[in-house]
Design a protein around this ligand. Sequence first.
Ligand SMILES: Cc1cc2nc3c(=O)[nH]c(=O)nc-3n(C[C@H](O)[C@H](O)[C@H](O)COP(=O)(O)OP(=O)(O)OC[C@H]3O[C@@H](n4cnc5c(N)ncnc54)[C@H](O)[C@@H]3O)c2cc1C
Length: 338
Amino acid sequence: MRDIIIIGSGPAGFTAAIYAARAELKPLLIASSVEIGGELMNTTEVENFPGFPEGIMGPDLMAKLQAQAERFGTEVVYDDVVELELDGPVKRVKLGNGETHEAAALIYATGSAYRKLGLPEEEVLSGHGLSWCATCDGFFFRQKTIAVVGGGDSAMEEATFLTRFADKVYVIHRRDTLKASKIMQQRAFDNEKIEFIWNAEIAAIHGTTAVTGVTLRDTVTGDERGLDLDGLFVAIGNDPRTHLVHGKLELTPEGTIAVEGRTSKTSLPGVFAAGDVTDPHYRQAVTAAGSGTVAALDAEQYLAALPKAPEAEVAAAATSVAEAEAVEAVEAEFAVVN
Ligand SMILES: Cc1cc2nc3c(=O)[nH]c(=O)nc-3n(C[C@H](O)[C@H](O)[C@H](O)COP(=O)(O)OP(=O)(O)OC[C@H]3O[C@@H](n4cnc5c(N)ncnc54)[C@H](O)[C@@H]3O)c2cc1C
């Protein structure tokens, strides 16, 4: 049995692994079979991760985090966790290939998924004018014309925030009323850079190497028209990846894993959670990395407080008896020689 298993290969998982490995806990990190490196693999330039004044490409940053975790002895497995057994002192992690791994502590860092429009162009244009994160990418759209898709609080917040950079921000919403709270709506209505396009959905995104516009479809009449754009932000929701722990760990009303205060402690002893899967608000690479640190330190403390397994105690006792006998033998030999 291992000391610790980490699930997730985003900034939270790899940072937890760096700390756990440097504490000599020999972590096993399950990276997934498809999305190794997490959400930053879907983006280009990351300009707000501290330590990279020139910026760094998302995949390069993740490769560096992985190399740093492996340098200290993290073992990475490229598979998906399909089942978890979390109650009891031994945590069991079943993988897609049928193997089961056991550990005394587990860090759950599976991130969250931004909801997509479901258009084929999304894969190609992500990070090339198509974004899910205004805080991350707003800076790239100075004096541009962009659009935000969505009608909830986060769409209003993103649209209002983006007016700091862009000259014009369209809000595209498929109904004629918003789901957002009244105060957020009013803030957006009062902003002269924001224009609402009601009863409209995106039928296609244009552009081969960067977003150049969209085809809008009227949700009432079905009519289609083009709209030229330099960028498109999708703000239609975010789903924390918690399906493996439903009914096992306590969740918050927002659907993230509930943790105790500023710690990473979940509702089960020995199970810690980190990164976007615990975070309904900030969802940044550096906050995820920070919470990975917290989880590794919490897990380390938990492991240190565990009573030693009887066989470990016997082994430790045997070692000290053997050591004592060896010392006695050397002393005796030394006495004879002298
Ligand atoms: C397009 C885009 C651009 C962004 N740009 C920036 C930016 O510029 N700056 C910034 O700070 N933030 C940015 N973000 C946000 C940032 O990517 C996230 O906040 C951060 O990646 C969260 O880290 P995490 O480790 O919690 O989760 P993630 O990065 O989502 O990683 C979770 C990992 O868990 C794995 N996983 C999930 N389920 C399983 C399973 N069952 N078995 C095994 N593995 C599993 C996933 O495959 C993934 O590897 C961006 C996000 C997007 C989508």
